[in-house]
Design a protein around this ligand. Sequence first.
Ligand SMILES: Nc1nc2c(ncn2[C@@H]2O[C@H](COP(=O)(O)OP(=O)(O)O)[C@@H](O)[C@H]2O)c(=O)[nH]1
Ligand SMILES: [Mg+2]
Ligand SMILES: [Zn+2]
Length: 387
Amino acid sequence: MIEIHHERLRSLGLTNAVAAAAAALPELEAALVATPAIAVPTIPPRLVRVTEVHRETLRVHDGLADISARVLPRLARALQEQETALAVGDWAVVAHEAHAGDAWNAAQERPWVVQRVPPLSHIARRDADGRRHPVVSNVDWALLVMGLDDDFNLRRLERYLALVHGSGVAPVVVLSKANVLAHSANKRSANEQPANELEARVAAVRARASAQVDVLAVNATSPSAAAALAPYLGAGQTLVLLGSSGAGKSTLTNTLLRAAVQDTGAVREHDSRGKHTTTSRSLHRLPTGACVIDTPGLRALRPDVDETTLAASFGDIGMLAAACRFRDCRHQHEPGCAVREAVDADRLRNYHKLLREARRDTMSALERQQMASVWKTRSKAARARRA
Ligand SMILES: Nc1nc2c(ncn2[C@@H]2O[C@H](COP(=O)(O)OP(=O)(O)O)[C@@H](O)[C@H]2O)c(=O)[nH]1
Ligand SMILES: [Mg+2]
Ligand SMILES: [Zn+2]
């Protein structure tokens, strides 16, 4: 039996659903018997939440303390076979074990992550080679942070929306640097109302995101940002901040924490070596009882979605497709295409690009090989024709 300290774990976002999933985990002793390196547990296995993931170790919190732990190799392998791994936000079981053969010594007791509670929600991405990488688990809200300054990019935002779509996490668009935009718009022209520029950008986002997605404009450096985000900060809620580097994620984290815990870009300006950027994902407990996960920008932002999920993320395109003249219309050059007629050209281009990526990623290795040989034959034929 594993220990579940409801009181202690509540501030880490423990919900009844998580506790039930943890209680339903397979019996632990049986799982450990087959591992020769593990001896008798001396501290009862207990439920913890993963707050950081590093190459060799994890940080896990049990409601009392944050400790470093390693993943039991067998668990790591099992997860790898499912093309996944432990992510920040995961709930897991930690057991302290003395190494078999060692004389018992409390100092040598090592905490091992021995089980993972199946996540209730999970965001994953794909890298350029199509390999899947976990981003976060057990999150309620994904705040897609985008600056109203030069960071503003609707195609990137659509990419983030696709990343989150189908993961069980609700996206919220948080446009940061609302104060910066107002300032620069003021400088640009006296008769242009900065409020209008802000409204125009918010409207542009609303036009490209589905109607269910909330869109907020905030100054991440001001406590007013915390007030604006209050609906998502209830006790037991977990938020993840996603967005490009410099968007204001760490600034927002600090504002929500009411403390300068995370290093922000402002600090980096005074440091020529630039070591103060956010380098890893980390989970923090907020005074409201919610948890927030700060993240660095994603290097390769490729959603882990198939065609169906992607189509659902671009719901307007799917709906309009019903009115296209051809049932198999690809909304490219076909006559009578209702999608091309109504959807913003930039949005449609972005959809097609994401679709190509999704197809490539979901292709099996064999299909990849076949496709490569088809291309080879085709380009050979083309060369022959040109010759
Ligand atoms: N004026 C203003 N500056 C902001 C805002 N959000 C972020 N910044 C600044 O933008 C820079 C990058 O912020 P940071 O939080 O490190 O971005 P991160 O990479 O997303 O974590 C820092 O200098 C922040 O002070 C905002 O809403 N208003
Ligand atoms: Mg940061
Ligand atoms: Zn069409």
